[in-house]
Design a protein around this ligand. Structure first.
Ligand code: ATP
Ligand code: MG
Length: 435
């Protein structure tokens, strides 16, 4: 039976013969001995020593099974254990032109992502990602939310029409889903608080370090809630995921050189900042916005916040900030208007500190049939495409709300990788659909 490398690196096996399976990660041949770093398929790495002659012909990424004796030596790389190889069985001798070496351009690593997934950096990121997804799921399950699955092929836009991916669906036109929200709204009337993690698709035309064309969207929706309830869920969820990820993945985060001191402080409550106050702060700092014709003017109430203003607001913050009460004009049609402050939406975006930007967006949904029909029309959308959605306001409407969190946005903050493309194994952007 073969062991995982992490298991074999234990005092229990010192002096004993073990079998490990893996791939040649680095290879150094000297006159008498060859030093072969072997990696397995869960990130384990160990140095194996062989007589040079027994590994002639071995190449990087060849798949092998090694039988040998474990020894402990403080000087050995990879944690003080090594394996004195007695026998090596080769499954496949890898082509000598393996394209991934120690120093590679980001573009090449993306072009060869099917191979660069084997790098320790990508393995570390994949493990952190698995934790983030698992912890998010567990939080919902443990707090009584029900997991659901919404369709990916849909007829109606949720966000702006400009980012819709069109699809020929038999003899009609359909779209790839931008968000599961409208479907989750339909579910809460019989299922109560629900959540899902589904891919969302957005034809993002600008190149940024925080937009993908396909991302993992964690969405939640519940009946009989208030805006404050929805904010409470988000701050608890985000804190839970972060605190446990930094514990479970300390090794991987250290490998990525992520100093987690700031993440340790992420605990509820998060600051609530009104949109109006946010604009005031930005104004006092002389913040400007660029008009379509390229001219600049002072930021004012009514403007949406962009990445630059989000960075300015959060650059000195230790914790995420909820910005509450955006003008409904900059928010989608389903955002509920605050009955006490006309023109303002009962909605909030959660901005991660230090300029990582928006990670969630949520709030109360418009539950009045007349208002929502007007808003759909105002956005230039066809109410007929939303007939089923309008039924939810016609038959037993209730106050309800929810939010959507971009898993890759949260990942980018936790890992501090430069580009969101590195938070996902096979990124999709305007210029990349392969591998
Ligand atoms: P932004 O203003 O940053 O484009 P948005 O307002 O379009 O975000 P929402 O439609 O509110 O975002 O989506 C909810 C969440 O989904 C966002 O808070 C973000 O975490 C995530 N998200 C949105 N678009 C993308 C994308 N293209 N790539 C990755 N994550 C995204
Ligand atoms: Mg967007």
């Amino acid at each position: 039976m073969s062991l995982r490398i992490a298991q074999a690196k234990s005092p229990d096996f010192v002096g004993k013969e073990v079998k490990i399976r893996g791939w040649v990660y680095r290879l150094r041949k000297q006159k008498e001995n060859a030093f072969v770093l072997v990696r397995d398929d869960r990130g384990g790495v160990i140095q194996c020593i062989f007589p040079a002659t027994s590994v002639a012909g071995l190449t990087i990424e060849s798949s092998i099974e090694v039988t040998g004796v474990i020894s402990q030596d403080a000087r050995a790389p990879e944690g003080g254990y090594e394996l004195k190889g007695r026998e090596v069985r080769t499954y496949n001798i890898a082509g000598a032109d393996y394209p991934i070496g120690e120093y590679q351009s980001d573009e090449l690593l993306l072009d060869k992502r099917h191979l660069s997934l084997r790098t320790r950096r990508m393995v570390a990121i994949a493990k952190i990602r698995a934790s983030v997804l698992d912890l998010g799921r567990r939080w919902f399950v443990d707090n009584g939310w029900m997991e659901v699955t919404a369709p990916i092929i849909v007829k109606g836009a949720v966000e702006g029409g400009s980012t819709l991916f069109k699809l020929k669906y038999f003899d009609q036109e359909a779209y790839l889903s931008q968000s599961a929200q409208l479907y989750l709204e339909a579910m809460i009337f019989s299922l109560g608080p629900v959540w899902s993690i589904t891919p969302s698709f957005r034809a993002e035309k600008s190149r940024t370090v925080r937009h993908l064309a396909e991302f993992s969207h964690l969405e939640a929706e519940a009946p009989w809630v208030t805006l404050e309830d929805i904010l409470g869920v988000q701050e608890k969820l985000v804190s839970h995921v972060i605190q446990n990820t930094i514990k479970q993945n300390a090794e991987e985060l250290a490998y990525l050189k992520r100093d987690v001191t700031d993440l340790k402080k992420i605990e509820p409550p998060f600051e609530r900042l009104s949109y109006n106050k946010a604009i005031e702060i930005l104004k006092s700092k002389g913040f400007t916005v660029t008009e379509q014709d390229g001219s600049k003017r002072e930021i004012r109430v009514g403007d949406d916040l962009n990445i630059d203003s989000e960075r300015e607001l959060t650059k000195d913050a230790g914790k995420p900030i909820f910005v509450i009460g955006y003008p409904i004009a900059v928010k989608p049609f389903y955002v509920k208007e605050d009955p006490e402050h006309k023109g303002t939406g009962l909605a909030a975006d959660l901005l991660a500190p230090k300029g990582f930007g928006e990670i969630t967006s949520g709030g109360m949904r418009e539950d009045d049939i007349v208002s929502i029909t007007e808003r759909i029309k105002k956005e230039g959308l066809d109410p007929a495409a939303y007939d089923w959605y309008l039924d939810l306001r016609k038959y037993g409407s209730v106050p309800h709300g929810g939010f959507g969190l971009g898993i890759e946005r949260l990942m980018r903050w936790i890992t501090n990788v430069d580009d969101i493309k590195d938070t996902v194994l096979f990124p999709r952007t305007m210029s990349r659909v392969a591998p």
